[in-house]
Structure formats: C-alpha cells, structure tokens
Design a protein around this ligand. Sequence first.
Ligand code: FES
Length: 77
Amino acid sequence: MIVCSCAVITDKDVADAVSALRTADPFVVLTPGLIYRHLSKRPSCGNCLPLITRLMVGYDEDGPGSAASLPHRSHLE
Ligand code: FES
C-alpha cells in the first residue's frame, strides 16, 4: 500500500526502514524525517506524515505483523 503518494513510499518501505535503522542502532530515535532520509526521499506536501508516524511506531513496537500494518485499523485507535 502506498502511504506517501508524493515520494511513492509504501508501508513495506517504512517497515524495512524501521527494521534497518533499529538494527543499525538499537537506541536510534525514529522520526519521519529519518525514515525519509534512509529511503533517500523528501516529503513534499506532508499529508502522509501522521500515517508514516503511526506505521513507524507500530512497526517499531510490534514488527510488520502489527495492527498498524492493516489498512483498516491502526493499533493507536
Ligand atoms: S503524500 Fe507524502 S509528502 Fe505528500
């Protein structure tokens, strides 16, 4: 599922970025900007940032199988 239409970022891209960043540095403070930098992309409109933040937190806490990865339900709801 595409989560950022401006930079063409998928939910899997976010999950992979979270995994790679957390593996490289277990104490890294994850931010949407860090995810974008890791993917060598730049946000444009910013409308996706709340969704990317939710996915990032969900993947970081629960892994790609988390409820945050389901398009119809966020684990923060
Ligand atoms: S939808 Fe992600 S920056 Fe516009």
